[in-house]
Design a protein around this ligand. Structure first.
Ligand code: GDP
Ligand code: MG
Length: 211
């Protein structure tokens, strides 16, 4: 029998880093140079055929104009099961804000047994790689591991670079966690095994196929 899973995923990061653009590229396959700060919270839905019996409805929450740090309420974070934390490769201040966003996320939402929700780091606007900052960035591989991200990608919403890959990675991690929690619940045991997301290796899970 087919089962449907609704997954709430947050897209967070400073103003102008490309959150709305990443969502639009992923969901609607469009990009606009024209900057338009959205007001309120915006949702976008992407339907993924995960495997022969599972359809995922990925609900992407765009914080849309409320990027001031500390401004986001718990209501926004509630029941999220994953997040993209986005910064702009050409603006150092947006990278410096990444840990504040990750900290805000982890302080306001956690999975059933207190684990942080899987988060993927996006270094967006990689099409503008030549411009300034990149040489000043620490090695993102180490940075993302050290700070508990389940992966990192250089992305471009403009050129459609790595957006699908980043989303697939996040969904794989979310599904792996959900499966583990379900097994633990099903067994009626407390799940106290130490595990990791298989973050930087490959997970033996099917990739998401777009409908
Ligand atoms: P948000 O405030 O984080 O939602 O950022 P937006 O998605 O509104 O993007 C801010 C600006 O950056 C807009 O002018 C976009 O066209 C531009 N932008 C977003 N993503 C990219 C990208 O990958 N490459 C380039 N060159 N510009 C981008
Ligand atoms: Mg926006």
């Amino acid at each position: 029998m087919q089962q449907e899973r609704l997954l709430k995923v947050l897209v967070i990061g400073d103003l102008g880093v490309g959150k709305t653009s990443v969502i639009k590229r992923y969901v609607h396959q469009v990009f606009s140079q024209h900057y338009q700060a959205t007001i309120g919270v915006d949702f976008a839905l992407k339907v993924l055929k995960w495997d022969h019996k599972t359809v995922i409805r990925l609900q992407l929450w765009d914080i849309a104009g409320q990027e001031r740090y500390g401004n986001m309420t718990r209501v926004y974070y509630r029941e999220a099961v994953g997040a993209l934390v986005v910064f702009d490769m050409t603006r150092l201040s947006t990278f410096q804000a990444v840990l504040r966003w990750k900290g805000d996320l982890d302080s306001k939402v956690a999975l059933g047994n207190g684990r942080p929700v899987p988060a993927v780091l996006l270094a967006n606007k990689c099409d503008q790689r030549g411009q300034g900052l990149c040489s000043k960035l620490p090695k993102l591989e180490n940075f993302s591991k050290d700070h508990g991200f389940v992966g990192w990608y250089e992305t471009s919403a403009k050129d459609n670079t790595n957006i699908d890959g980043a989303m697939t990675r996040l969904v794989e991690c979310i599904m792996a966690v959900e499966e583990e929690l379900a097994v633990a619940a099903g067994n009626g045991k407390e799940n106290n095994t130490s595990w990791d997301f298989g973050c930087f290796g490959s997970l033996v899970l099917p990739h998401a196929y777009k409908l």
